[in-house]
Design a protein around this ligand. Sequence first.
Ligand code: NDP
Length: 333
Amino acid sequence: SVKWGLIGASTIARQFMINAIRAQEGGEIAAVMSSNPERATAYAGENGIPLAVSSLDALLNSDIDAVYISTTNELHLEQALAAIEAGKHVLCEKPLALTSADARKMVSAARAAGIVLGTNHHLRNAGAHRAMRDAIATGRIGKPIAARVFHAVYLPETLQGWRITKPEAGGGVVLDITVHDADTLRFVLSDDPVEVSAFTQSAGMAGGGLEDGAMCIWRFKSGLIAQSHEGFTTKFAGTGFEVHGSEGSLIASDVMTQKPDGSVLLRTAKGEEQLSFDRENLYVRSVRQFHAAILGKGEPAATGEDGVWSLASAEAALLSASSGKAIKIDPKL
Ligand code: NDP
């Protein structure tokens, strides 16, 4: 069995990750930590978790094998380093930290300690994205030339908190959504971004100087160029992911989401074909692969290194927006 401790009494754990852990054979939630003792107890009660604690030490000293970190972003670094030092495997939410330099510290600490470190980039686990990656890898669109990612959504009212008010907590749409787009592009294309140029905006939702919309243009190692649009303020935009190649195009709709939804169309000289793909819960697959990695079978769906890459990409996008220049991406791994 794998006994988990939750660091953070969060929405994402309640909505997706508690169930995803319990869906695994031997997956158990042994404890939850919140900075507030009353919230810890209430959260444990509502979610049937046997132990509620309000300090990291108490959590790390309890009988657990792994932690899932889903606190606000400024806390991930310190909590992950402490968990690694205590010998617990770490599945951490994105962004891994506030800077790629800090994320690299997590990766080196995990490596030195022989600990499994994963980044919870859920979209890699989506059947739609895996079908696109396979189609590209098997040459079905020829040479990939350009990609377009549509990931501007409306931030639900229940989540209109630190993301739009607290720069010090790592708020803003770039650390929230651009990291996912950078990671999903890397995964689907099997290619790495080398440079980004970005504009950001504050369209009326985010305060504190934070951005609630971003458009980025990316150049990849292969020469492919991509564009991505992330936002919190557009209620009716819909999401999508397209890759256009010399022999065909992949056009996916409604796939930048937490659910295994959407469709993937392949268009070539032969006509149009809807690709079929598996509809497994993204988070269940993520935890399954993490459990396997703990047993020495393969790697987490997104590794710590992947988390450094996505954060270095988002960081470069923010620097581009503030400086008005195109910025090179270097994860320094
Ligand atoms: P929440 O705002 O729900 O939770 C973050 C922290 O806020 C909690 O750890 C908790 O602190 C505190 N908190 C929560 N509810 C309350 C409340 N009612 N009153 C006071 N404090 C509260 O964050 P999310 O679940 O939206 O995000 C958490 C992390 O997960 C972030 O890093 C985010 O980027 C990531 N995320 C990833 C997703 C993915 O699909 N990969 C999707 C959504 C989020 P405490 O623990 O101390 O009680």
